[in-house]
Design a binder for this molecule. Structure first.
Ligand code: GLV
Ligand code: MN
Ligand code: MN
Ligand code: MN
Length: 428
């Protein structure tokens, strides 16, 4: 077997671009919103179709497929020393409402193609190589981000929370999972937890979701750290009432409390003084949602992140203070203030960074080290395994909107770097 990897990598690691593009396009049709947008929500019919599509591709690549109780999907290529901890690569295919077709998808279909590339080149893995499709990286349905990887990383708190988590239609997490064929007769999701040392490395390929690589004409981003994300749910309650009949001095408008809090979030974020602090109120819902009814309830979800965890935590504290001051001043009740997650940042492992760097060099691809401002399943896999991420350029840095785009040439470069990185880690 040509295991020296001293083969001519330029010619031997070749990506089938046409078929990869076709797969990306086909997967994008499993969507609940019209093209070019993609909407694929956890355990929906379209998500189940996407899962079938991915499992089928894994099978065609000769991987043995297994799924855990929440639907993390694994495909394994057994190495010639199968007792060694495997090398894992993958990402997610769920898509937030009206997003694009590359976020996550490139890292799942790209990892399967990386396996194909290695197989075509005659490579034989020493450590087994596995591909993973994580369940629900996006928080859309149940408000919990990186659900699958959080569980894999062993979050007892999440196991507990999932027993009472419901979606907007009051469908419980467990019922939703069962409708998609998971969590069969299990209340207990601790079966998903990874054993210590299950994996010797984890590598995720992903579009940058930022403009740097494209602006600087660099092919490969080597991620050294992932910024610390947090999310908060807030609810204000007032008396509501008739929009004509209740006079202004007599109101306690829950909607205005929400609006004021949204502006306070922006202020606290800007007051950090760092360009790296960000905050977003992406959800603001008013009840009953009628033009002639004073909002009696307002629900907000706040996302805030920073590469500096303590600075991010200061912002969270200030948001909490503002929520309570606003509720006092406006005579509305602060009926909920829940920090859903407040995660630390994660660092890539030197050994994985080195493998990604030398793979890029050997393939003559320009590369630079960078941080990830978006979160990824890698944030949680880093708790269980040495982790690294490969970024590729995307058009104007667009993501989480339909205009998201990466060229197949850039994707193929990422797949080749991934393939060679996996090969190196497999033999190491
Ligand atoms: C995940 O998609 C994120 O919001 O970073
Ligand atoms: Mn995303
Ligand atoms: Mn993603
Ligand atoms: Mn993400």
């Amino acid at each position: 077997p040509s295991n020296s990897l001293s083969v001519n990598k330029e010619s031997s690691l070749s990506v089938n671009k046409e078929s990869l593009q076709k797969q990306i396009d086909e997967l994008s049709t499993f969507s609940d919103s019209p093209a070019p947008s993609v909407t694929r929500i956890l355990y929906s019919e379209k998500d189940v179709m996407a899962r079938r599509f991915v499992k089928n591709l894994m099978g065609l690549s000769g991987l043995s497929v297994r799924e855990d109780a929440v639907g993390n999907i694994f495909g394994r290529w057994e190495g010639y020393e199968p007792e060694l901890a495997a090398v894992l690569s993958g990402s997610h295919v769920d898509a937030i409402p009206y997003s694009g077709k590359y976020d996550g998808v490139v890292g799942v279909l790209g990892a399967i193609e990386a396996i194909n590339v290695l197989k075509r080149s005659g490579f034989k893995p020493k450590k087994s190589l596995e591909v993973i499709m994580f369940t629900s990286e996006e928080p859309t349905r149940f408000g919990i981000s990186c659900l699958g990887s959080r569980l894999l990383a062993g979050s007892e708190a999440l196991v507990k929370a999932l027993k009472q988590t419901v979606d907007n239609h009051n469908i419980s997490f467990l019922d939703a999972a069962r409708s998609a064929g998971y969590a069969k007769d299990q209340e207990d999701l601790t079966s998903v937890f990874l054993e210590e040392d299950s994996y010797s490395a984890f590598v995720e390929l992903h579009i940058e979701q930022g403009p740097i690589l494209e602006e600087e004409s660099i092919s490969i981003g080597i991620v050294t750290a992932i910024a610390a994300p947090a999310s908060i749910k807030v609810e204000f309650k007032g008396n509501g009432g008739h929009a004509g009949a209740v006079l202004m001095p007599n109101r306690n408008d829950a909607g205005l409390a929400a609006a004021e809090l949204a502006l306070a979030v922006e202020k606290h974020v800007l007051d950090s003084g760092s360009i790296d602090t960000v905050g977003t109120v992406g959800i603001m819902e008013l009840h009953p949602g009628a033009i002639n009814s004073i909002p009696s309830k307002a629900h907000l979800q706040i996302d805030t992140r920073d590469i500096d965890e303590s600075r991010r935590n200061i912002v969270i504290d200030k948001i909490r203070q503002s929520a309570s001051t606003i509720s006092e001043n406006r005579g509305v009740q602060l009926s909920e203030f829940e920090i859903v997650n407040q995660d630390p940042p994660a660092l890539s492992e030197d050994s994985v960074i080195k493998a990604m760097e030398s793979a890029s060099k050997e393939l003559n691809l320009t590369h630079k080290k960078m941080i990830s401002r978006a979160y990824h399943d890698s944030l949680f896999m880093a708790r269980k395994s040495p982790m690294g991420m490969i970024f590729i350029p995307c058009y104007k840095g667009y993501s989480h909107k339909p205009e998201e785009y990466s060229s197949i040439e850039d994707i193929a470069n990422g797949v080749r770097v991934l393939a060679l990185t996996l090969a190196k880690l497999s033999l190491s």
